[in-house]
Structures are given as C-alpha cells and as structure tokens.
Design a protein around this ligand. Structure first.
Ligand code: NDP
Length: 240
C-alpha cells in the first residue's frame, strides 16, 4: 500500500517541488496551502496532486484540514513535511508586535499544531517520518529577521525534543536547513546583491528546489530509520 505524505505550503516554491518529488517516488501526496487558490488550482491541474486549503497557524483549522486529507486519501499520514512559512521582515527596533506574532504562529506554532494532531496516529501505527523545513537563517540569524530566525531556530529545538520522545515508536523527526534556494523569492533579488550572496557560498550558486526535495526523500525513506533529531544543512557548503 502507498504511504501517505502531507506537505504544508506544498503548492508553491520549495513545497511544490517536495510534493512533486514525493509523488514521483510512489507516495500518495496531499499538498496544503493557505490563500493562493489560483496557484493551488494551477498546481493541481499540472500535477494531479490534491490540494487542501487551511491555516497552519490555527489549531482547529489544522484539525479540520487533516480530517479532509484522511477522508480523501483514505488513511492517516505517514510522512509529514512542515514547510509552510511567511516572512514579515524589519529591523527589531521597527518591528510591529503583529509582525512578530504572525511569523511565530505561522512558522513555529504551526509545527506544534500539525505534529500534535498527527503524532498520535503515527505512534499507534509505530511508523512516521516528520521533516521540518527550517532555514540557514534559523541556524545563523539574519539582519531584519529576528521573528523568522527565532521561529526557524525554535523549530530545531522542537525537532530534537520530539525526536527523543518518538525514538522508540518508529517515528523519526528531522530538520532541513536550506541555504539560498532558487525560487520566485530569489528571482527578485537585485543582481549586485545576488552576486554578493553567491560569493559567500562555497559552491558558488543558489541551491535548487530539487536539491531540497531530494533531501526530503532521503529522510522520508523507510530505510533512513536510524536518522533522527538532526539538522541537515543543505546550503552549498556554508559553515557557521
Ligand atoms: P513560499 O513563500 O514560496 O511558499 C510558502 C507556502 O506556505 C505557500 O504555499 C503558502 O500558501 C504557504 N503558507 C503560508 N502561510 C500559510 C498558512 N498560514 N497556512 C497554510 N499555508 C501557508 O516559500 P518557499 O518555497 O520559499 O519556502 C519553503 C520553505 O523553505 C519555508 O519553510 C522556508 O522558510 C524555507 N526556506 C526557503 C529558502 C528559500 O531560499 N526560498 C531558504 C531557506 C529556507 P499560499 O500559496 O496560499 O500563499
């Protein structure tokens, strides 16, 4: 029987690549998103992957969304990829409390919400793969991103704790910390700034969505059963 994978923020950017790679590798995939219905519909039409809209920052919304996934896919989740995120960048001395709260709830509380609702079923079936997408900026911090860096660093602590709690239940919990990845977001970076960033990456390039998706496939694999509680830095050789 096919394993079921659920990817939050799975219809755009890196998440879209992760959903597609999982499907191409034999998983039944559900892709969550929030408000961009047009992009989600386009993605569904192109890939055939079922898409589900809910707000990962809200516990009840997650509960309802996950129930719909179970109904439509006919089983509970084996592989959970927590990938959804937003940014609200500004220097701390100008940061609105609302910008702090929404980034923490969308990027960190969401990881609690999704795991809290899915881990019990994984414990029952004594199998699970949880992959939390953090960021290079959660590892090293970033100017203008105190909220985002805090959420992404928080995800790493959460990953290590849940990995220990789940270790004797067949559930692995790992994080990936991508460096700069070519997406719509990096497309809009000014060329001179892009050059400066690339100069700091030993491999001399941005990563690709496929390079992150392949790392997810590795961690999701049944055979990666002794790997848990780690952060895989996928960043072209940057060292902090
Ligand atoms: P995008 O901004 O391109 O996409 C984010 C996705 O998250 C969208 O599908 C969006 O839904 C969804 N989302 C946002 N808020 C919510 C919410 N409240 N509920 C449900 N879904 C939501 O992200 P990227 O592809 O750039 O990044 C993917 C992951 O990789 C993130 O965790 C990010 O932090 C990490 N990362 C990315 C890097 C990069 O270079 N791009 C570098 C390092 C880490 P909708 O489509 O409806 O808006």
């Amino acid at each position: 029987m096919k394993k079921i994978a659920l990817v939050t923020g799975g219809t755009r950017g890196i998440g879209a690549g992760i959903s597609k790679a999982l499907r191409e590798n034999g998983y039944l995939v559900a892709a969550n998103y929030h408000k961009d219905h047009e992009a989600a519909e386009k993605y569904h039409n192109e890939t055939g992957i079922p898409v589900f809209s809910w707000d990962v920052s809200d516990y009840e919304s997650c509960q309802k969304g996950i129930e719909k996934v179970y109904e439509e896919l006919g089983g509970t989740v084996d592989v959970l990829v927590n990938n959804a995120r937003i940014t609200r960048d500004s220097m701390l001395h100008k940061m609105d409390p609302a910008a702090w709260n929404i980034v923490i709830s969308t990027n960190l509380t969401s990881v609690f919400n999704m795991c809290r609702l899915i881990v019990p079923t994984m414990r029952d079936k004594k199998f699970g793969r949880i992959i939390n997408i953090s960021s290079v900026n959660g590892v090293k911090g970033q100017v203008g991103q105190a909220n985002y860096s805090a959420a992404k660093a928080g995800t790493l602590g959460f990953t290590k704790a849940l990995a220990q709690e789940s270790a004797n239940k067949g559930i692995t919990v790992n994080a990936i910390a991508p460096g700069y990845i070519s997406t719509d977001m990096t497309e809009v970076i000014r060329d001179d700034i892009k050059e400066k960033i690339i100069a700091g990456i030993p491999m001399g390039k941005f990563g690709t969505v496929e390079e992150i998706a392949n790392t997810v496939l590795f961690l999701a694999n049944d055979k990666s059963s002794f790997v848990t509680g780690i952060t895989l830095n996928v960043n072209g050789g940057q060292y902090f």
